[in-house]
Design a protein around this ligand. Structure first.
Ligand code: DGT
Ligand code: CA
Ligand code: CA
Ligand code: ZN
Length: 645
């Protein structure tokens, strides 16, 4: 609930009401937490909590509530709080005791609230008894074993605190692509509505579709006459937890979840993934998280140069700049400037002599190159390829006809076979593969052989019916089999033989992490050699922001898979499209492609909504240079079926 910013938002200039319902509810919640941190009376704390919950669940207009006096009549809002809220909503002024409460609470205490599973009561206790007043001093105390002996704490909670501190640090440092894009697109949409904004675009690693995002970079095109009003409007947008700096053309901010009009929720998460990213505490971590953003305001004629520069990567920029130097020019965020004209001038002053460019493509053209799509701008050969007019014709979401690795209620999915198929059809797909978990994976309700066979019968009858009705859609029947010791699969051969395909995946991750690279590589290769294995699922087992994968020599594994393919046996490597995984890593996609190992992008959907994760897989595939022909999802059903003999 609490935004990571933990501060009272600024009144919006358009009021009253000067604040949104979410903002007021959030402020009340924060007051309750701060009171608890300071050891206030429980009843007082509870009254703020109740008021926060009540306002948060209201649908009425806040202004109306105040104007009609209804606010003061509401149960649970006493006289004092009622008049305080009236002042907040109608006049845009926070009560002075709330302001004081925020000012007098040490920042380190608030920082500790971000640790999953740790509430104000226990923070207060540790502060009193051990003098702990920041995440750093808590870590020190826990590592020295000082937390465990405290009454009501113990070894277990001490260990959990250390885990939580580590998780928090990871969530602070970078955010996953899906989360970063959500913030970035919400921010972009809000800025685009400000009068005077000619253009706004997300740049940086988000535009390059990196798997995690450090901070957001946005470029705004604005005329000189609107520069100041636009800058001010950006600074008063909702969702800004803090302003780190506001110069003439650069604004640095911290965004929190109040940027989302509809609030922020996480969907159904595969239990294997959830376990690695904080378990029950994950939602708190995610919704309490923040992301930094840098906004650059530039005149429209400079916009393409600034966009290109802040899209990066740094390495791509350096190579581009060298290309400019070779042609007697200077390339920077302001322009592409012939040295002969720029002379001693710097920055914007030199930029008046820039070659013109209405978009990025014209900048590349000035340097004798075709436009390079942002995903490829990592200096991993894209400039050379562009020079040779040999850039890949990258796969797009429109090329996708289906995917193989998806779950239903037979194991740990949320939706039935019918719901999954219907959603896939609505997405315009021509086929869908169902691969529920195998018996060994108890946590995911792995299906027995009998249940799997029954599912196969159902699938056959649907397929027969669709053929009869002339519907261009079919289901493939597979399984996601655990890889058991010795590289064995989790069903007898005669059961596997009834299936269209088998996705073989590692799930006993701690066991694999305890072994060395050589052993793991050999084990995977044994499993790939099993005649039934068609796809290697999430090949490293990494969970972004959760855990590293196990050690494995994927180059060797891919080379081995390549040999099978050369001999006509289909062995595909999965690019798991879940934004929590994106495994195979994009850096290795190019390698798989080079070896001729087919890639299959799989959403690993555990719900109908999960199917849409395919788009993150497509982003990663594009980043990995993959074209239609490299990816099995682009094949028509019959052609795919013919590869399965
Ligand atoms: P991130 O934020 O860590 O996920 O990654 P980026 O790529 O968004 O990096 P960021 O935010 O530090 O800077 C945005 C872009 O600005 C970066 O991709 C390239 C450009 N840039 C930043 N610093 C430099 C630099 O020192 N030299 C050059 N050539 N470009 C830079
Ligand atoms: Ca960035
Ligand atoms: Ca940045
Ligand atoms: Zn799996």
């Amino acid at each position: 609930m609490a935004g990571g910013g933990f501060s009272l938002p600024k009144a919006r200039p358009s009021g009253p009401p000067y604040f949104s319902r979410n903002q007021v509810a959030n402020a009340l919640h924060q007051v309750a937490v701060l009171l608890e941190l300071q050891g206030a009376n429980v009843f007082r704390v509870r009254s703020y909590q109740n008021a926060s919950r009540m306002l948060g669940s209201l649908t009425e207009d806040l202004g109306e509530l105040v104007a009609t006096g209804r606010l003061l009549e509401m149960k649970g809002i006493g006289k004092g709080l009622g008049s305080a809220l009236t002042q907040v909503i109608a006049e845009g002024l926070w009560p002075s005791d709330w302001v004081e409460l925020h000012a007098s609470t040490p920042e380190g205490m608030i920082e500790m609230l971000g640790i999953p599973g740790l509430g104000p009561k226990r923070i207060k206790l540790m502060n009193q008894e051990l003098g702990v007043d920041s995440v750093a001093s808590l870590k020190e105390a826990a590592e020295a074993g000082k937390i465990a002996p405290m009454k009501g704490f113990g070894e277990k909670s001490q260990a959990r605190m250390l885990d939580g501190i580590e998780l928090l640090a990871r969530f602070r440092a970078r955010r996953r692509l899906d989360v970063g894009l959500m913030y970035g697109e919400a921010f972009e949409a809000r800025i685009s509505q400000i009068p005077g904004v000619l253009k706004v675009q997300l740049a940086g690693s988000a535009r390059r579709r990196k798997e995690t995002i450090g901070d957001l970079d946005l470029v705004v095109g604005v005329d000189a006459e609107h520069h100041e009003s636009v800058a001010n409007a950006i600074l008063s947008l909702p969702g800004i937890a803090d302003i780190k700096g506001a110069g003439d053309s650069k604004i640095s901010l911290i965004l929190d979840t109040s940027i989302f009009e509809e609030g922020f929720t996480v969907g159904h998460i595969d239990p294997n993934v959830l376990d690695a990213i904080g378990g029950d505490d994950y939602e708190q971590l995610e919704s309490g998280g923040t992301i930094d953003a840098q906004v650059r305001l530039v005149p429209p004629e400079v916009f393409p140069f600034t966009l290109a520069y802040f899209t990066g990567s740094k390495e791509h920029n350096i190579a581009m700049r060298q290309r400019a130097i070779d042609r007697g020019m200077r390339l920077n965020e302001f322009g592409l400037i012939p040295e002969a004209k720029a002379g001693d001038l710097k920055g914007m002053a030199a930029a008046q002599y820039s070659l013109p460019a209405v978009d990025e493509a014209e900048i590349y053209a000035h340097l004798d190159l075709p436009w390079v799509t942002p995903e490829l701008r990592e200096d991993t050969g894209e400039i050379k390829a562009a020079e040779l007019q040999n850039l890949p014709d990258l796969i797009t979401s429109a090329n996708i006809r289906g995917a193989w690795h998806n779950h239903t209620t037979l194991s740990d999915g949320e939706a039935s076979l019918e719901e999954m198929a219907e959603t896939a059809r609505k997405m315009g797909w021509n086929w869908l593969g169902i691969a529920d978990h195998s018996p060994t994976l108890k946590i995911a309700n792995g299906a027995s052989a009998d249940d799997l066979l029954a599912q196969g019968t159902t699938i056959q009858s649907y397929n027969a019916a669709w053929v009869k009705e002339g519907v261009d859609f079919r289901l493939f029947h597979g399984v996601e089999s655990d890889i058991l010791p010795g590289g064995k699969l989790d069903h007898p051969d005669d059961v596997l033989a009834t299936l269209d395909y088998t996705v073989a995946s590692v799930h006993a991750i701690s066991k694999w992490r305890a072994r060395d690279e050589l052993e793991n590589t050999e084990e995977l290769i044994r499993c790939i050699d099993h005649p039934a294995t068609t796809v290697l699922g999430h090949p490293t087992g990494r969970i972004l922001q959760g855990r590293d994968g196990y050690e494995v020599d994927l180059f060797a594994v891919l080379e081995h898979m390549a040999e099978h393919n050369e001999e006509g046996r289909l062995k595909a490597v999965e690019l798991n499209a879940s934004p929590y995984r994106l495994d195979l890593d994009w850096r290795l996609c190019k390698h798989a492609k080079g070896l001729g190992v087919p890639v299959i992008i799989n959403p690993d959907a555990h719900s109908v909504r999960g199917l849409a994760d395919i788009s993150y897989g497509v982003m990663a595939a594009r980043k990995g240079w993959l074209e239609q022909g490299d990816v099995l999802n682009t094949l028509p059903a019959e052609e795919l079926a013919s590869r399965l003999v």
